[in-house]
Design a protein around this ligand. Sequence first.
Ligand code: PLP
Length: 386
Amino acid sequence: MVDKKKPIDTKLIHSGEPKPKILGSVSMPIFQSSTFESAGETSYHDVRYIRLNNTPNQIVLHKKLASIENGEDAIVTASGMAAISTTLYTLLSQGDHFLAQDSLYGGTHTLMSKDFPRRGITFDFIDGNKPETWKSAVKENTRLIYVETMSNPLLQVADLEAIVQFAKNNNLISIIDNTFASPVNFRPIEWGFDISIHSGSKYLNGHSDIVAGAVIGSHDIIDKIKFHLDHYGGSLDPHACFLLHRGMKTLSLRIERQNENALKISRFLELHPKVSKVNYPGLVSHPNYQTATSLFDGFGGMMSFVVEGTVQNSDDFISNLALPIDAPSLGGVDSLITRPAVSSHIGMTQKERERVGISENLIRFSVGIESPDDLIDDIEQSLSKI
Ligand code: PLP
């Protein structure tokens, strides 16, 4: 039985922690040991070894992650892409087909479009907001459906309740990349998704100092994913586990601030004469505002927008900023800003980007926890120069 009642704030601090504390240590110690003295394990997958994903720093995270998203079980991985690729390769075999939302993180899009066909796995992209078109894409060999909570970088919010229902009706496994929302703003398992995936490099860790991933789901699914992860080798090392665990303790506080900052900044940008478009699901003007309001506890710290003018104008705007750092990745305490066409979505062709609505001058903004007024002043001064 999952315990939905305990607020996430308390679970982030207390769930999964060793009891009693190890030698009284309030902070979870780092077990910097690749292997452990045998305790009579009888199966290869239970032999205690970092690659086999069963050492103390990994186990604490598995329990905490499962608890905060109300899943039965969880597993951490060496990166978000290790979580995505291991999950998909665990559930799909040669000859299988799946459905995916058409606008996704560039790395996921490239994995699907460039790697899967070589392995005899096919897929079709679907528009997450046109449920009436999904049925015709289902084939006899369709196994699963894959979406993002808020798509990277356009912040589209698919009809997630319809996705869950559609998956149930058609016997598909439903998978959602919940990185952008974080478990504070959305908990997919509560809404009926089978699997929730995170790039732990982003909000979960929150300090832009590690790369990590996580998968949350039923015992049965996580056991299967662990079996394959044990062989693929994409396991999280103890020091990264420690940093991820430490970062998660302040997740709720950070996300609350990032929700507030992003809402304030998106409203400022929307009214600015030099900004032609703002994608943020907390804006009433966002096409999926109603869906976002009904599903999420907050709208997150990510947005994208278009500055009037050329690509050069967008680049000048970014380089004239004093506070946000021109860098890929997202979800940390420092504001980061980037042009997806040359960073997160560089693996896609310009045509592929255009097809899903990612223009060359689109700017993606990961709002940090700085003062929102300082960020707005900085944006204002930079816009005034173009
Ligand atoms: N999912 C989303 C939504 C992302 O934005 C990213 C990376 O930017 C990933 C997954 C991949 O994560 P990682 O870089 O940790 O492999």
